[in-house]
Structure formats: structure tokens, C-alpha cells
Design a binder for this molecule. Structure first.
Ligand code: AMP
Ligand code: ZN
Length: 141
């Protein structure tokens, strides 16, 4: 629990939320400023800022809850699709520093784009640079 964290306050019951799922480790509730009807957030109850800070077991519980809720969220608002994503760190647009996965129901005529639209220009990486990045990722696990 972090004293000045709005999502910890929701977990503690000090701030109301429209809860859609809860167990010992995970809470899911409607986003207060939804990007589309049904926009849902899934959080670990324990305070961790980023995905990087979760152990594998808790990360698995968060992902399992996302997996479980996606069909229910889509079904509740009759959405044919959804964008499921984490803004992982402030430079990626994370505003609430308590890790949360978004389920954003999507519709054919909504004004949104794919996750690729989050980026502007794309880097022009040659084969050697791509090989180096792949090797660094393999080594960094
Ligand atoms: P992010 O930019 O990924 O950190 O997203 C934070 C999300 O939390 C935004 O979509 C906000 O609308 C949502 N949010 C902030 N405060 C609350 C709250 N009290 N209850 C529900 N959702 C909230
Ligand atoms: Zn928190």
C-alpha cells in the first residue's frame, strides 16, 4: 500500500469504484474516464509501479484476470474487439504509478487506432542493429 496512490485507495475502499472482479490478489474496476463504454482496469492489489516490478506469479494472475474478463467486457457492451494494453512507465503515458492493464472495447466506427498509432516516426534499423537488440534482450532476461 502506498499512501498517496489512488489505486491503493480504491483497493482499501477509501475511494469508490465500480468493481467488476475481485480476488485476494487482483481487482478490476471500470475506468472513471472511459475511452469507450466498458473500459476496464485490472490491477494487482499490492502496490507495484510497473510490470517490471511484479513477480511472475502475480503477473500471471493479472494476465489471467485480463484473459478472463476480455470476453465479459466485450459482451457487456456488444463490442466486436478490444485493445488490451499497459502504459508501462511515465514515458509510455502511464499516469497512475500503480501497474494496471487496460481493456478498451473497440468498435468498427470508433475513432481509435491500433497500438502502432502510439508512435510517431519509426526507427530505421539495419540487420546488425536488429541482431544486437535481439541478443541484448535474450541476455537481459
Ligand atoms: P494510465 O494513463 O495508463 O496511467 O491510465 C490511468 C487510468 O486511470 C486513466 O484511464 C484514468 O481515467 C483512470 N483513473 C484515474 N483515477 C481513477 C479512479 N479513481 N477510478 C477509476 N479510474 C481512474
Ligand atoms: Zn498503489
Amino acid at each position: 500500500m502506498s499512501d498517496d496512490c489512488i489505486f491503493c485507495a480504491i483497493v482499501a475502499g477509501d475511494i469508490p469504484s465500480r468493481t467488476v472482479y475481485e480476488d485476494d490478489d487482483v481487482l478490476a474496476f471500470l475506468d472513471a474516464n472511459p475511452l469507450s463504454p466498458g473500459h476496464t482496469l485490472v490491477i494487482p492489489k499490492a502496490h507495484h509501479e510497473r510490470l517490471n516490478d511484479l513477480d511472475g506469479d502475480l503477473a500471471g494472475r493479472v494476465l489471467a484476470t485480463l484473459h478472463d474478463l476480455v470476453p465479459a467486457v466485450e459482451g457487456a457492451v456488444d463490442a466486436p474487439a478490444s485493445t488490451v494494453a499497459f502504459n508501462n512507465g511515465p514515458e509510455a503515458g502511464q499516469e497512475v504509478p500503480h501497474v494496471h492493464g487496460h481493456i478498451v472495447p473497440r468498435f468498427a466506427d470508433d475513432d481509435g487506432g491500433p497500438i502502432h498509432a502510439a508512435m510517431g516516426t519509426r526507427p530505421d534499423l539495419n540487420d546488425e542493429e536488429l541482431d544486437d537488440v535481439a541478443a541484448s534482450i535474450r541476455d537481459g532476461r
